[in-house]
Design a protein around this ligand. Structure first.
Ligand SMILES: CC(C)(COP(=O)(O)OP(=O)(O)OC[C@H]1O[C@@H](n2cnc3c(N)ncnc32)[C@H](O)[C@@H]1OP(=O)(O)O)[C@@H](O)C(=O)NCCC(=O)NCCS
Length: 192
């Protein structure tokens, strides 16, 4: 199988939706990232958070470092509101070390912008990154069955539910089940 890795993240023109664009994180982003990463509601279904300032700085430092690793397997990207150029969240695409045709995606938005359709826009941009730019075969995502917003986001981006993984993720409320979602390159695409 041929997988073409990018030297750099695709430019913002190619990773832009109606309202948003994705770009690599910069160290200077950390206060904006910390704004959502320290929020207990935002991190409710995550294995991490709410973050201390030190934990957010560590995350940003790793994200910047990983962006310069060759081959690049980790895409931690800032979600930027196109009209204001403000950072409103984070998105991730992680190519699996042992199955380089497959990547896992994730996303997170600050609470103030929930419910505007941005989550679905991000998921569709990550599908474009995975299939059009990185030429991957399969993208997966996991989400808590109680995270209704995330379930809808994935389904609106064309992901299909493949099953329930029991006791899959340890969050601060204990071990949680996760739905497994996936989209294959040959599946119908729901574009933004
Ligand atoms: C999950 C998250 C990204 C959703 O983002 P969003 O921008 O609010 O989602 P959208 O506006 O694109 O909504 C998509 C759909 O989900 C629905 N939805 C969103 N949040 C919902 C909620 N809490 N309860 C019920 N439905 C919800 C919307 O109504 C919309 O449905 P529709 O298109 O049928 O009208 C956002 O809530 C978030 O960042 N949460 C914290 C981090 C997180 O949980 N990330 C996912 C980990 S798997």
């Amino acid at each position: 199988m041929h997988i073409q890795y990018l030297d750099d993240t695709p430019d913002v023109v190619s990773l832009r939706s109606t309202s948003l664009y994705l770009r690599d994180f910069e160290l200077a982003d950390w206060p904006a990232v910390h704004h959502y990463a320290m929020d207990a509601e935002v991190t409710r279904f995550m294995a991490w958070g709410p973050n201390t300032a030190e934990q957010t700085l560590t995350f940003i430092t790793h994200a910047v470092k990983n962006a310069h690793t060759t081959p690049r397997l980790s895409y931690d990207l800032a979600v930027i509101h196109a009209a204001t150029h403000s950072l409103i969240g984070g998105a991730g695409l992680y190519i699996r070390q042992d199955r380089r045709f497959e990547a896992e995606i994730g996303y997170c938005l600050q609470k103030e912008v929930w419910g505007r359709g941005y989550g679905a826009e991000i998921a569709r941009l990550l599908v474009r990154l995975g299939f059009d730019h990185l030429h991957l075969h399969r993208l997966i995502a996991t989400c808590d069955p109680e995270n209704i917003g995330s379930v809808r986001v994935l389904e609106k981006a064309g992901f299909q539910r493949e099953g329930l993984m029991r006791s899959h993720l340890k969050t601060r409320s204990g071990w949680r089940n996760s739905y497994l979602y996936a989209i294959v390159v040959t599946d119908p695409r729901l574009m933004c």
